[in-house]
Ligand binder design. Sequence first.
Ligand code: NAX
Length: 332
Amino acid sequence: MAEPINVVVTGAAGQIAYSLLYQLAAGSVFGPEQPINLRLLDIPPMMEVLQGVVMELDDLALNLLREVTPTADPAVAFKDAAAAFLVGAMPRKQGMERKDLLSANVKIFKVQGEALDKFARKDVKVLVVGNPANTNALICSHYAPSIPKENFTAMTRLDQNRAQAALAARLSVQVDRIQNVIIWGNHSSTQYPDAHHALVHLPSGAKPVPEAVNDDAWLNGEFVEKIQKRGAAVIAARKMSSAMSAAKAAGDHMRDWWIGTRPGKWVSMGVVSDGSYGIPKDIVFSFPVTIKDHQFKIVQDLPINEFAKAKLNATAKELEEERAEANSVLEQ
Ligand code: NAX
């Protein structure tokens, strides 16, 4: 068996972590041959709760799980980390705009960026889940200059999974029959869930989703809005933000990054923009990517119509505004 790798989960006493930790310990993210040491970071008032989580991890009695280290010290948590799930943040409450969260959260991601820079492996793979996820990932990468910026990503996989599930329901097929739906931009209500390049696998063969749905008004209207507002709908019903589905999506994101995507399949990830599709550089923007040997590549040359272009510009603009606000908080 391989040597254990150190995997960090921040916000480890919170609700997303509670669903995520089992997936990690059971081998469904890094594979059934990869033992892991879990480094669980939370804030000092949560240490007692975290002890309870540690007890439950012990009681899982799983072979792949080696050391479990609960801590409130980023220096301990990030030491020699190979992968980090940055989940810990202030969650969005009902009626709260994501922008309100920004100033509370950028400071956390500055500290964690600095700790990653000092203590983690230089090939550490960082997935930011805590909102505002894209801008938090950008801040984190800025404060970790010794780690390549490609190693910092933000989660839009939950949005992708939601979009895939909504299309499968509309077309009355199983969810794995839908592929290559894209989430462009920010993990916020400006994101653009784009089904125009997606395929559905029917008994008669693969078909473009727009052809199979045959209702552009729905694809450009109701579908887009439903995915954009799904997080808010879950909060309204549950009085808490998505947790089980968010943890599952975090596992999906990291597994694909670690193991690679299957031929012909794309996934959406927030990555530091390289200017593809005319998106400004130096924002963390969700693009369709393929992954091989732990490296992602943005899928190039997809035709972008005027409708899509306007959506991409709007979400990029929001990310530029978030970056400016984050910088002003950090300069104070
Ligand atoms: P919880 O409030 O249940 O847990 C958050 C945990 O983070 C708490 O235990 C808290 O003590 C801890 N924490 C706060 N500051 C910390 C710090 N500086 N270092 C370490 N830990 C810290 O929230 P939960 O429901 O788990 O959500 C976590 C984050 O995920 C929120 O920001 C939420 O908005 C975000 N989400 C992101 C999603 C995405 O698709 N990118 C979807 C789900 C979710 O909304």
